[in-house]
Design a protein around this ligand. Structure first.
Ligand code: 5GP
Length: 206
């Protein structure tokens, strides 16, 4: 029988890791992230990003994002509070991951989960070379466009900009450690959980 005393990994705390998930909007990211955080046996704490974009209906400061003015964002950037920042979609809005958010997860003995764009992810890969990076793909460009339009929240101009951005992001997908196709929500979540578990096993063997 495998008791706790025989299991060496049970005695030592799980090493802290940063997990990064990117993928075009419309790839089903938000739903996947919510399911993952709920179901993952490895505790994950989502890093709440800061942004200068205005809140959408129902979004709350400190839950969905820290909504900052340009001045506040810039001041915190200058003070070195961010791990990475990026102007996403070229729409004039800034997004960034605060170091304090990564520390928050560490203090909770959890892994820090970042849902950020490719530019930010490349920066995180430099700072945390052992970050577990996952690129979420849609099954095909047509499905992606269909999902984007189906949300009904974006103007044609925004949709075109997001399609262009998605094309650009897809070209970077092979820089990520893992690529997962979101053909079906449940199986995508299951695949991500199993690759996280695999990372724990790989770690404990080292
Ligand atoms: P939205 O405005 O739709 O909430 O997010 C737009 C994009 O910003 C998403 O693709 C998301 O991955 C990205 N994003 C959100 N937070 C951050 C962040 O802290 N850093 C970076 N680089 N991108 C972010």
């Amino acid at each position: 029988m495998n008791t706790a005393s025989e299991d060496p990994s049970a005695a030592s705390p799980m090493p802290f890791r940063v997990v990064v998930l990117s993928g075009p909007s419309g790839s089903g990211k938000t739903t996947i992230v919510n399911q993952l955080i709920r179901l993952s046996p490895i505790p994950l704490v989502k890093a709440i990003s800061a942004t200068t974009r205005p809140p959408r209906k129902g979004e709350r400061h400190g839950e969905d994002y820290y909504f900052l003015t340009h001045e506040e964002f810039l001041a915190r950037k200058t003070a070195g509070e961010f791990v990475e920042t990026a102007e996403v979609y070229g729409a004039g809005y800034w997004y960034g991951t605060l170091l304090s958010e990564i520390d928050r997860a560490r203090q909770l003995n959890s892994w820090s989960f970042l849902e950020i764009d490719v530019e930010g992810a490349l920066r995180v890969m430099q700072l945390f070379p052992d970050a577990i990076t996952i690129f979420l793909k849609t099954p095909s460009p047509d499905v992606f466009e269909h999902r984007l339009r189906g949300r009904g929240t974006d103007s044609e101009e925004t949709i075109q900009r997001r399609l262009k951005q998605a094309h650009h992001e897809l070209a970077q997908a092979d820089k990520y450690r893992h690529q997962v196709v979101n053909d079906d929500l449940d199986s995508a979540v299951t695949r991500i959980i199993s690759l996280l578990e695999h990372e724990v096993t790989a770690c404990s063997k080292n």
